[in-house]
Design a protein around this ligand. Sequence first.
Ligand code: HEC
Length: 178
Amino acid sequence: MAWISRIGWAMACVLPLAACERDMEDQAKFEPYEAAPLFPNGQAARMPVEGTVPHDDPPAEPVQPQVTLAVLERGRERFDIYCAPCHGRVGDGAGMIVQRGFPQPPSYHDQSLRQAPDRFYFDVIGQGFGRMFSYANRVAPEDRWAIVAYIRALQLSQHATLREVREAGLESRLGAAR
Ligand code: HEC
């Protein structure tokens, strides 16, 4: 009859706990929204301390950085590693993996992609797009912005007018580029 004594033991353990629960229920404490002269605003309910972040808030994303030469260089490096294999070094969509049979992405120099906002590129890198998978776990948000800046530079490189080149004082480089 071992089970009887097992029940006996269980009761012996649980009963004192039940008594304990009543004590805790009756102890001196403030109810929610109760007045409490102890605090300067007279309320028992306290406000979260300044800077408290709700634990279910999404983590803050870095804001788009100013475009500097360092950002562009970082963007070029990351682009050549993660994007050029499909999108090509100049962004025309003819990268090596495409030449070996992967579906061809559209050129960044197409009208619609030139007009797409920076945020669109940032989101495609983080979320993927159609047959292109996400790079969220390989390209950190700061690097996504750097890549976006570099893609903008690539787009400009294929569409700058002679006047813009002159105004930038780069005319002497034209011969060298040819
Ligand atoms: C493995 C090949 C591959 C790599 C690497 C790759 N992409 Fe793509 N990307 C594609 C393909 C294919 C599409 C078109 C997907 C579709 O339409 O289904 C695409 C589409 C896109 C588009 C949207 C184009 C549109 O039609 O609006 C953007 C923007 C883009 N890629 C940016 C990037 C960037 C930035 C990187 C580097 C972080 C990158 N991709 C890396 C294959 C790739």
